[in-house]
Design a protein around this ligand. Sequence first.
Ligand code: ADP
Length: 184
Amino acid sequence: MDTYIGQTLLRMIKGDITSQPTEAIVNAANSSLLGGGGVDGAIHRAGGPQILAECIEIRKRQGECPTGQAVITSGGNLPAVYVIHTVGPVWKGGQHGEDELLASAYRNSLTLARKHGIRSISFPSISTGAYRFPVDRAARNALQTVRDYINSGADFAEIRFVLFSENVLKEFQEAWSELGTAGY
Ligand code: ADP
């Protein structure tokens, strides 16, 4: 599904984020930055050891990456030039700041991208795998955060959501149409 927010192409597709040719892809990392399962494991496998070597350097410099924050490395062997590693919240029932932390993960990823002059970026559905954030709520959060970010004057050429299953893609499409009709 393709749509526009101002000048920014917003694309939602089913696919594997490791094969996306956008300038940056976003990794749903954990605070250790030392790799994990899910999309994190897939990115390190496909991108090769360079990415982990850079993550280790970042850890030496600044320690762990707090939830909601983001760091950047090269893309190693990936088509993307950069990987932005962000840490989404673990779902603990919804009363522990999870919504705000998820929005921060998206916002801080976009801010880091802009700092590096990145014009196109792919996101996975952060926190909705091992971290168990409900997909419908996460989709609404992701799309609302990205839309508000762009509408605040920070445009990109393209922002892509690369969803790993038909079901998650459907949740994002539904969330987008609900946002559209909610009068935002
Ligand atoms: P988290 O720990 O933030 O929940 P996960 O990697 O466990 O992160 O899951 C986040 C989402 O990424 C899930 O929807 C999962 O299905 C999806 N995912 C897993 N592998 C890939 C991939 N190669 N490309 C895109 N999305 C992926």
